[in-house]
Design a protein around this ligand. Structure first.
Ligand SMILES: C[S@@+](CC[C@H](N)C(=O)[O-])C[C@H]1O[C@@H](n2cnc3c(N)ncnc32)[C@H](O)[C@@H]1O
Length: 292
């Protein structure tokens, strides 16, 4: 809590984060979905995003119920990991002296992936104290905590050093914030020529406005999915120039198809995602941009 002068006469309290941000933090502090925890336990890489690529459907034919369950879990994890690797591939080339910033880092998997790939330093920031603590513990267990650090902070106002980062990203965390504020912070943290990458669901401008399914996804996760156009407008206003845009919508469908069959992992939002992708109202997008 800070204070600000009220008409120059007295100081009134100003919360350091909005009521909305408090609710988002409450959600992630309480979150213990099996789809996030059971997948991560496989190799201690905790991803809280979806997956891309063709699925191995043979896992559904497995006759033994226990083995089937484990194979589906492993396959979903493989698809989620493929997404993390795709994103990391767009950050480089990077070396051990480089620093990267993971905005809205969840339980930390993305920063670990970037570090294992490039040997770089990583700073992950999440608004959830519980996630930051969990991710930090994982880094200590891997003995990479000297280079991979997690912070309980607001990604719009990180307090991290200006111009210190060679690359930064949001993997499914940009729908929780105003894009101009987010990209201004990335532009401040990135050095000139640095690379920014986002993977996000966005609503399709050609559909019109947000569809019923997009509104249901917003309500499910307490987020505010932006239209595709908003990303490019806000990047242009904040010194981020797109160099690569990839529509991952078709590549995202097998993950949801498989997840729908995973009775031990479903959260109830699976059919809504599939309908949103199929009716053209929702897209899954990767945008890589250079900081100029
Ligand atoms: C769907 S999870 C994605 C986590 C992570 N990027 C990953 O790929 O595993 C969304 C994350 O955004 C974070 N988040 C939302 N609003 C935030 C804010 N204003 N500042 C920092 N983190 C935020 C949440 O705490 C959560 O970790």
């Amino acid at each position: 809590m800070t204070t600000t002068p009220d008409a120059g006469t007295r100081n009134v309290p100003v919360p350091t984060q909005s009521t909305y941000q408090n609710r988002v933090a409450d959600y992630w502090n309480a979150e213990e979905n099996p789809v996030n925890l059971e997948l991560g336990r496989i190799d201690d890489l905790y991803h809280h995003h979806y997956g891309i690529g063709e699925a191995d459907w043979s896992v559904l034919d497995e006759p033994d119920a226990g083995v089937r369950r484990d194979r589906i879990t492993a396959e979903l994890h493989r698809l989620e990991h493929a997404q993390a690797e795709l994103l990391a591939g767009h950050l480089g080339p990077l070396g051990p002296a480089d620093r990267v910033f993971d905005a809205g880092c969840g339980r930390g998997g993305g920063s670990v992936v970037a570090h294992l790939r490039y040997g770089c330093h990583a700073d992950g920031v999440t608004i959830s104290a519980k996630q930051a603590e969990f991710a930090g513990e994982q880094a200590r267990k891997r003995d990479i905590d000297a280079k991979v650090r997690y912070h309980h902070r607001n990604m719009l106002d990180t307090g991290l050093p200006s111009g210190a980062y060679t690359a930064s990203w949001n993997n499914e965390s940009s729908m929780y914030v105003e894009l101009d504020l987010l990209f201004a912070e990335h532009a401040r943290l990135l050095r000139r020529g640095g690379r920014y990458v986002v993977i996000t669901g966005c609503y399709n401008d050609t559909y019109g406005q947000a569809s019923r399914e997009v509104s249901l996804i917003n309500a499910h996760y307490i987020c505010d999915i932006h239209p595709r156009s908003a990303y490019f407008r806000a990047m242009a206003r904040n010194r981020l120039v797109p160099v690569h845009v990839e529509d991952l919508t078709a590549a995202a469908v097998p993950y949801w198809e498989l997840r729908k069959e995973a009775q031990h992992l479903v959260t109830g939002i699976e059919e809504t995602f599939l309908t949103a992708y199929r009716n053209g109202s929702f897209q899954y997008l990767l945008i890589a941009a250079d900081r100029v």
